[in-house]
Write a protein that binds this ligand. Structure first.
Ligand SMILES: [Zn+2]
Length: 98
């Protein structure tokens, strides 16, 4: 799969081929169809002080996306492959939300 990667501890990013991630029992595999670039990605691209202290290298970057589920872990219930999904990295658990 194509991925945007912070490969080195220096400014910039590179687009390269990466292996498709293996999923665990509680994970989903999502085929990303659209992505967004946010302020965090700009910090990582510029490799500013915050990024140098926060981001481990190498790392596949990007956390705002939309796509579809293509595989489900063995413990995942109530979801199905083919459903559309979006990533929201600021909500860490939906449990207890009305
Ligand atoms: Zn963001």
């Amino acid at each position: 799969m194509k991925a945007l990667v912070k490969a080195k501890s220096e400014p910039g990013l590179c687009l390269r081929d990466e292996p498709v991630p293996m999923i665990g029992p509680t994970n989903l595999l999502i085929r990303v169809k659209k992505t967004g670039i946010c302020g965090t990605d700009i910090h990582i691209f510029r490799w500013d002080e915050w990024a140098r202290k926060t981001v481990p290298v190498p790392m596949v970057v990007g956390h705002e996306f939309a796509g579809e589920r293509v595989d489900l872990g063995s413990a995942v219930q109530g979801l199905a492959c083919g459903q559309r999904v979006t990533g929201e990295s600021h909500v860490i658990a939906m449990h207890g939300l009305a």
